[in-house]
Write a protein that binds this ligand. Structure first.
Ligand code: SF4
Length: 466
């Protein structure tokens, strides 16, 4: 689908009152669950400081721990690959699938595979990747994109799921969540049995033991990583943890922050392919470490963003995300973490494409407050605003507030513009929508403008004086 069309559809979805209400309710619920789960943890503040220091330590010595992890993983029988960017990662996955002679691929939820647009690349090459996480499965059937990094389909209601499943021949029309889950389960069991390759992400990679750690709440991840003959894990280079014992704090905070659970239902420690005499597990196991702009952040003012463990807590608490929904961010990573990460990952193209995201924040700092690894997101949003502005000035482009500054420094023009604005509001901004500038029209398409106040600030101020 052309990028422009995807964006227009994303905006339409974001503007749908139903999906906004669903997102708001789901994020508020998760936030409350997180609060009560953390309230039950005696030493939550100390654990947060520890988790943050573990992530910082791994990133400060990333080269060392990546080499250590590679040596341990290789000794455990895992084949380690390095991908500089999304294209390289896709090519490595395609080559493994070709060598495995697999057409059907079982996939479990992984944001990094969304980042590299893996499904589209596999489909183009003639493979059939099937998402097996229930939410991702629905999203794939609908030709949609995840709305949230932990809860991909919070914007979709069960009526729509029932309709989709019926249209795709999964079963009789129903809106009963249990019946719908059973329909998906029957369909996906066959996928697990027939898939030649299983693809997953990795939540953590432990350097000292060469362990790939995955966490999930649905059994699909265990089946994806165990039933197919070949397992491929794809992860960012930043997911390294120096020592196994560091997981104690990270896993406890991860689950509490993401879903309000003490631990996720399934926590897997994968240490290589099936060994002689073992009943289960893949015969072949691969781990792809993806850079895609991450190493450029090391040692700089945005390094702390790489501490992110993708728990989604900052999305759930963010007033902008709750109102706008994930699709409005236009990228794979939405919410406050996405407003920093999206412009920084993927090079020059991402810097221009996502230049507006750091401005889409009220800087209320709730994201930093809830972050289990204490990432200073507001400070980074401010730095990015400055950096992107300096970049714009350097490129010779007009500063975006040029017209606004011209008005604001000329009182008569300002008053005339306010009068025109008031008049235009009375016609639903119809006059502005006829404006010849495409940028004004698309700006209006993405916003619901507020009612114009009956009295201006100046009028109100004067009435106070009299
Ligand atoms: S920035 Fe912090 S709160 Fe947000 S997803 Fe990452 S770890 Fe979670």
């Amino acid at each position: 689908m052309p990028a422009e069309r995807i964006q227009v559809e994303a905006i339409a979805r974001a503007k749908s009152a139903d999906s906004r209400r669903a997102v708001r309710e789901a994020t508020e619920k998760r936030y409350a669950q997180r609060e009560s789960a953390l309230a039950g943890l005696r030493n939550a503040a100390e654990m947060r400081a520890l988790a943050s220091s573990y992530r910082r330590h791994a990133l400060d010595h990333l080269g060392h721990y990546l080499r250590r992890a590679e040596a341990q993983l290789t000794a455990n029988g895992v084949r380690v690959h390095w991908a500089a960017d999304a294209a390289e990662a896709r090519a490595i996955v395609r080559e493994i699938c070709r060598a495995a002679n697999a057409k059907l691929i079982a996939k479990s939820k992984s944001m990094v595979t969304e980042e590299i647009e893996l499904n589209a690349a596999l489909e183009q090459a003639g493979y059939r990747p099937i998402e097996t996480d229930l939410g991702e499965f629905v999203i794939q059937l609908d030709g949609d994109h995840p709305c949230h990094i932990v809860l991909p389909m919070i914007h979709v209601d069960r009526r729509k799921v029932g309709k989709l499943f019926h249209e795709h021949g999964l079963g009789e029309p129903t809106e009963d969540p249990e019946a719908l889950t059973m329909q998906a389960r029957r369909h996906l069991r066959a996928v697990f049995e027939q898939a030649g390759v299983g693809i997953s992400g990795a939540n953590y990679v432990v350097a000292d033991s060469g362990t790939i750690v995955t966490i999930s709440n649905e059994g699909n991840l265990r089946l994806t990583t165990n039933l197919p003959r070949v397992h491929i894990a794809v992860t960012g280079i930043e997911k390294i943890v120096a020592r196994q014992e560091h997981l104690a704090a990270l896993l406890q905070l991860h689950a509490r922050s993401a879903t309000g659970q003490a631990l996720t239902v399934y926590t897997q420690f994968l240490r290589g392919p099936r060994r002689p005499g073992e009943a289960g597990g893949p015969e072949e196991m691969h781990l792809i470490f993806l850079d895609n702009g991450r190493s450029a952040l090391l040692g700089g003012e945005y390094q702390e963003m790489l501490q992110c463990i993708r728990c989604g807590a900052c999305l759930n608490v963010c007033p902008v995300f709750r109102a706008a929904t994930g699709h409005a961010y236009g990228g794979v990573y939405p919410g406050p973490m996405g407003a920093v990460l999206s412009p920084l990952l993927g090079g020059e193209e991402s810097l221009s494409k996502f230049a507006q995201l750091p401005k889409a924040s009220s800087l209320c700092a709730a994201c930093e407050e809830v972050c289990p690894v204490a990432i200073p997101i507001p400070r980074m949003l401010l730095s990015l605003r400055g950096d992107l502005h300096r970049r714009q000035l350097k490129s010779g482009a007009d500063p975006p507030w040029g017209p606004w500054a011209a008005l604001a420094t000329r009182p008569r023009l300002w008053r005339a513009a306010l009068g025109a604005g008031k008049l235009s509001r009375a016609t639903g901004y119809g006059a502005l929508r006829l404006a010849p500038m495409r940028s004004i029209r698309s700006w209006l398409d993405q916003r619901d403008l507020p009612e114009w106040p009956r009295r201006s600030f100046r009028q109100w101020w004067r009435s106070r004086q009299s």
